[in-house]
Design a protein around this ligand. Structure first.
Ligand code: NDP
Length: 288
């Protein structure tokens, strides 16, 4: 059997086109474009590339972006003041503090300072609490992107056995919550899981985010399972956490790396910024 290769680039492109249309409608209704502010600290080349891609993506869908680049030597209190200003700025709907931040700054503490209503990365304690309670709120981009992907594939998660390998706050935990809310029967696996291959073989939907190149082998996968590979590992090339060639002989559908989950993340950042802008306008109109 040969798996369906899930084309994340194509799904992300059509999602971005949908967001673009919705941004046009938002501008027509509210007379302004949704705004995303980025805070980049230091000169990490990878972070500069990521932030640049986020600004370009905003422009493509008609959103405005506000870039703030600060040297690593900036006092933490000054970065906190900037985040406070952005929290209070009505033109800014989403705030993204690019991680990792250089020492001595604490990326988690800075992320927590972002107002939950502008937390387009979905990383604040309030956003995590809203997700756990299935309350409205902004969700972390990558797991949201996986849910969009599964929906596009027509996977009905209700009652399905889903296994998430990896339990990070950034991905694994919110992913498991989202699957649970879609009525899947969810198992979370991690580095202490006993018989990880056997646990994975029980999955109808297997989602892997561990950061271990090609760890998941062919015999870890149930025939016909949907396999979502979130891992991004640089070896001599970019590879995922799943041994793609052998896994695609068994899986029903599988994401490649690159070109699978990766492109979904920025598309969901745009979706979150638009959601935050709509919620801000709804609050303003309720206050009038
Ligand atoms: P973390 O390092 O924060 O978490 C890794 C998780 O994997 C931990 O829960 C850890 O378990 C578990 N783990 C590590 N080794 C093993 C193992 N041998 N067996 C079972 N579980 C293991 O990573 P992230 O969640 O931030 O990222 C994971 C991967 O996903 C990375 O490759 C990252 O680059 C990629 N990623 C890609 C994104 C995208 O946009 N495509 C976005 C986010 C992440 P324990 O808790 O027990 O230590």
């Amino acid at each position: 059997m040969s798996a369906q290769i899930i084309d994340g680039k194509q799904i992300a492109a059509s999602y971005r086109a949908k967001v673009k249309g919705e941004v046009e409608a938002f501008v027509a209704q509210h007379g302004r474009a949704p705004g995303l502010a980025t805070v980049l600290i230091g000169e990490d080349a990878g972070s500069q590339v990521y932030v640049g891609a986020k600004h370009r993506a905003c422009e493509e869908v008609g959103m405005v972006s506000f870039g703030h680049t600060l040297p690593a030597s900036t006092p933490t209190s000054q970065i906190e003041d900037l985040i406070d200003e952005l929290n209070a700025d009505d033109r800014v709907d989403g705030i993204l503090c690019q991680l990792p931040v250089p020492a001595p700054h604490d990326g988690d503490a800075l992320s927590q300072r972002v107002s939950a209503d502008k937390d387009v990365d979905g990383l604040t304690e309030t956003s995590a609490g809203r997700l756990a309670l299935a309350a409205p709120g902004l969700r972390p981009c990558t797991p949201r992107g996986v849910m969009v992907m599964l929906d596009e594939l027509g996977v009905d998660l209700s009652g399905k056995r889903a296994v998430v390998v990896g339990r990070s706050n950034l991905f694994g935990k919110p992913m498991a919550q989202m699957l649970l809310q879609a009525n899947a029967t969810v198992t979370m696996a991690h580095s202490r899981t006993v018989d990880l291959p056997g646990v994975c073989r029980g999955a109808e939907v297997l989602i892997v985010a561990v950061g271990q190149p090609e760890m998941v082998k062919r015999d870890w996968i149930a025939p016909g399972a949907t396999v979502i590979d979130v891992g991004m590992n640089r070896t001599d090339r970019l590879v995922g956490d799943v041994a793609f060639d052998e896994a695609s002989e068994v899986a029903g559908a599988i994401t490649p790396v690159p070109g699978g989950v990766g492109p979904m993340t920025i598309a969901m950042l745009l979706a979150n910024t638009l959601d935050a802008a709509r919620a801000a306008e709804a609050r303003r109109s309720a206050a009038r």
